[in-house]
Design a protein around this ligand. Structure first.
Ligand SMILES: *Cc1c(COP(=O)(O)O)cnc(C)c1O
Length: 389
């Protein structure tokens, strides 16, 4: 008689499977799309306003303004705050490209600052060191779904009249001491890129603010600076969240709280599995800081001693998805080479880029899939140990 294992582990695990999350909403999404197609109001349809109101509620802000992407949101924030040539903006180097490229696009200079190793987020002390008389804004990024040390950043920046633009692209719904990502700074920037916690069926972005005047300026800059029609007060851009995208996101946003809870449960399960396997020494596990409601856009571990890439190859051979966010810090990118002479040493940024690896954490991920991920990592370290012995 052959023995059949009680639990058979799956044979592959994707890094992300949007179809698994969209599946239960498919009929509602199709119906929403059909309604937009039938009205023919592809831009400025009522769903755009409705979705803006919904996101304003999630973020606990007075205003939410749709735009074409998270990258555009960052650009629009800088434009609306009149940041341009001669100005400096402090940004982390360990982030997605758009955080810094928006600064260069408006003619200002990004000044890269180091991160806190425990959270991968901008270190307040590094912000303090990076500021000069030309500093007009700082862009803390709530990386991987955890809020940056916003209170400390506010305490440093506000007294000097420095604006805080929160890059909350990865952190919709995250909170720090009860305050939502995107509600603490002068302006918050969100992205609905499909892999974000609230992902659309294409590109989309949003700006959040509690400032009535700024909200109006953001809308102005997103609409060619036009008010009234064909009279242009400032040189804006064209950046809209279209009606189809808003209608689909409006359906998906109903699931956001449940998806966030599932991501949090997945993070808790990973912590337990790594502990059970005795791997919590070999692998650095991501932690939520006290006061932080982490929304786990990514579950990012650290693998030290130059073993990260070998582990990643091992997982790829076993059909387990992983990704490195981000392999090359921005201050070392070719396109920013002219900034290098004025960039401080960023040791934590460079160490993170060498050590990090993100594992599957999407809402529909199953427990047996997480077991397979951790078992495969355990095999890797066991093989390393037997080789060393
Ligand atoms: C995704 C992302 C952006 C850009 O958003 P898009 O909608 O893709 O333009 C900006 N900053 C961070 C930190 C991001 O993760």
């Amino acid at each position: 008689m052959t023995t059949i294992p009680l639990t058979t582990l799956p044979r592959s695990v994707p890094l992300l499977d949007v179809n698994r999350d969209n599946g239960p909403l498919r009929d509602e999404m199709l119906a929403a799309a059909a309604r937009v197609i039938d009205t023919g109001r592809f831009l400025h349809g009522p769903e755009v306003k409705e979705f803006e109101v919904a996101v304003a509620a999630v973020c606990g802000v007075r205003h939410a303004i749709g735009c074409a992407s998270g990258s555009d949101a960052l650009l629009l924030a800088l434009l609306a705050l009149d940041i341009g040539p001669g100005d400096e903006v402090v940004v982390p180097s360990f982030t997605f490209f758009a955080t810094a490229s928006a600064v260069t696009r408006v003619g200002a200079r990004p000044v890269f600052a180091d991160i806190e190793p425990a959270t991968f987020n901008l270190a307040p002390a590094a912000l303090e060191r990076a500021m000069t008389a030309r500093t007009k804004a700082v862009i803390p990024v709530h990386l991987f779904g955890q809020c940056a040390a916003t209170e400390e950043i506010v305490d440093i920046a506000r007294p000097r009249g420095i604006h805080i633009i929160e890059d909350a692209a990865q952190a919709i719904g995250a909170k720090r001491n009860g305050r939502a990502a995107g509600s603490v700074g002068t302006i918050g920037c969100l992205s609905f890129y499909p892999s974000k916690n609230l992902g659309g069926c294409g590109d989309g972005g949003m700006l959040t603010t509690n400032d009535d005047r700024l909200a109006e300026r953001l809308r102005l800059f997103a609409a060619h600076g036009m008010s009234p029609r064909y009279y242009h007060r400032v040189i804006g851009i064209n950046s809209r969240l279209d009606t189809l995208q808003a209608a689909l996101l409006l359906v998906k946003h109903q699931a956001l709280a449940s998806w966030t809870a599932q991501r949090q449960a997945n993070a808790t399960r990973y912590h337990a599995l790594f502990r059970q396997t005795g791997l919590d020494g070999a692998v650095g596990l991501p932690q939520a800081m006290p006061g932080n409601d982490h929304v786990w856009n990514q579950f990012t571990i650290r693998v030290a001693h130059g073993r990260r890439d070998a582990l990643r190859e091992h997982l790829t051979r076993r059909n387990i998805g992983s990704e490195i966010y981000y392999p090359l810090p921005l201050h070392l990118q070719d396109c920013f080479r002219e900034l290098r002479d004025r960039t401080a040493a960023l040791p934590e940024t460079e160490r993170a880029a060498a050590e990090v690896m993100s594992l599957p954490i999407f809402p529909g991920l199953r427990a047996d899939e997480q077991q397979l991920v951790v078992a495969a990592i355990a095999d890797f370290f066991a093989a390393q140990q037997s080789r060393a012995a």
